[in-house]
Design a protein around this ligand. Structure first.
Ligand code: GLN
Length: 295
């Protein structure tokens, strides 16, 4: 239908199944409509199907229209519903934090493989706490003595991360510190593993003006420079905080793996390598801090 007012047909009496057909034709992905509809009505995905003939009240129709309108205006679904699943856990997210991405689960898996019993982990720029809390949750039973330290330069992000740790972990095994990378770490702090998903998008990258990224905190996305400055700072500081034999693992952009490997090699890291995400892109690069030999 031409010139139809978007969402105009979502009024009292419309059926749940009909909303999905109507809305999906109004520049909305069917999956987004499903998530927003189940959020608005308090129904599970299965209930959306079993109750497809149920009619909406006027209040429900208005609520659904309002949420769908926000999505049409570009707002990410995760911010509208305040939640995003990562590593099988439901993380609260607000516009103060980056929305966790599935490719970051690769970083978590690689880190867990390298974490010894009793290991200490440092997560730099934790945002929602996705990496730190996923690692703490995964090790809670098998390696209960693991300690995670998570830092962020944003107090607002730390508040979100602390909330996620409190809700998702059986015991509070994550220490949160307000810190610009390593700046506020206690003297003598040492870690078996350092992980980070830092801002790595180059300042003039057109993607920053597109899609969900327009709504995410710019400081979590871009270094406001060449895209590598946060990665450089993390690599430069790591030798002072890693134990010999400890690993540094970083997520980066699809075209940055070679540059990050070169930075690690220049900083004398060993076993420098990159790993591909499910899309086949080199997404994580890391290296091991060599054991210092006496001369
Ligand atoms: N992976 C995100 C994106 O390209 C960026 C995340 C980041 O800068 N750390 O959408």
């Amino acid at each position: 239908m031409r010139n139809r007012v978007p969402l105009a047909d979502i009024v009292a009496g419309i059926r749940v199944g009909e909303v999905q057909r109507q809305a999906a034709s109004d520049s909305l992905a069917p999956v987004d409509v499903r998530v927003l509809l189940s959020f608005a009505l308090g129904l599970s995905r299965v209930q959306l199907i079993t109750q497809s003939e149920r009619q909406l009240t006027a209040g429900e129709a208005e609520r659904v229209r309002a949420l769908l309108a926000r999505r049409i205006a570009g707002e990410p679904v995760a911010y509208i519903v305040g939640e995003r699943e990562f590593y099988g856990l439901a993380f609260r997210v607000t516009p103060d934090v980056l929305i966790p991405r599935p490719e970051t689960e690769l970083l978590v898996e690689l880190a867990l493989e390298r974490l010894p019993p009793g290991g200490r982990v440092l997560d730099l720029g934790t945002g929602s706490g996705a990496i730190a809390v996923a690692m703490a949750a995964d090790t809670a039973h098998a390696k209960p003595d693991v300690r995670v330290t998570a830092v962020d330069a944003s107090e607002a992000a730390l508040a979100v991360a602390r909330g996620n740790a409190a809700r998702l972990l059986p015991r509070q095994t994550v220490d949160f510190i307000h810190s610009d990378w390593y700046a506020a770490l206690p003297d003598g702090a040492r870690f078996e593993l350092i992980v980070s998903n830092p801002p790595y998008i180059e300042q003039n990258d057109a993607h920053l003006q597109q899609g969900d990224l327009r709504f995410e905190p710019p400081d979590a996305l871009t270094d406001h420079a060449d895209g590598l400055s946060a990665l450089r700072a993390i690599i430069a500081g790591a030798p002072r905080y890693l134990v010999p034999g400890g690993w540094l693992l970083m997520e980066h952009g699809y075209d940055q793996a070679e540059a990050v490997r070169a930075l690690l090699v220049a900083a004398q890291f060993a076993q420098v390598q990159s790993w591909r995400d499910l899309a086949g892109l080199e997404r994580v690069t890391g290296g091991l801090l060599q054991v210092q030999r006496a001369i």
